[in-house]
Ligand binder design. Sequence first.
Ligand code: PXL
Length: 277
Amino acid sequence: MKNVLSIAGSDCSAGAGIQADLKTFAANEVYGMTVITSLTAQNPQKVKMIENVSIEMLKNQIEAILDTIKVSAIKIGMINTKENGEIIYESLLKYKAENIVLDPVMIATSGNSLIKDETKDFLVNKLFKLADIITPNLDETKEIVKIILKNENIEDINSIEKMKTYGKIIADFTKKWILVKGGHLSNSAVDILINKEKVYVLKGEKISSNNTHGTGCSLSSAIASNLAKGYSMLDSVKKAKNFVLCSIRNSVDFGEIGGTVNQMGEIYKNIDIEKLY
Ligand code: PXL
């Protein structure tokens, strides 16, 4: 089994963050490990508090794993402070990490910010250069384009054409694969996978659901799992999209505050757990 690492924040309600990542790794048959960047106290409705781990703690977690264990892919999620971003940047260089999936997490499903402004600049200008694929949603895509073009007056993304245009700006700047996630476009679930030379329009079924907390984390972790197993970038993304669709179909409903995706749902449907143990 391949080892895959998530460097990300903790979501105590466990739909997103490292908890989502671990469940995604388990559901995709890779051995998942976690380096925690921040603790968040939240549910799908609200982020109540964020506490970042110290630089020393972050560094030691990374060393504990990468000094001794072979890791076939790394997913990077929430990075709140620039200092923590710098440690991650240095570590990725030091250990010559490969198959890096960077989810440029900015805003939680509930609308609360998970990143400091100065960290956004660091992500775009430094950390992006070490990733193999970057997976922004529409709001994050707009924020990234603002930073690249040094222009605050960037229009909202309201069409697939604009997703392609903005995706190309990021791809040309980073020279990496970019997956612009269109799930928030009102009538479609189209994602654009783009690099300097190629553009793929990936159509998906749009399920109307209030239980979508954790889709972004699950998608990026599933891509990392697939890359670790040796799939091409296109196949890794296509399979990951399918996985997220299953996780939304099997979601967990917490009632009024909304709910979260359920990464294990499809497995439970197909395996009789009662017979296993
Ligand atoms: O989905 C983005 C995300 C990433 N990381 C953490 C989160 C969230 C969304 O809520 O809580 C820790």
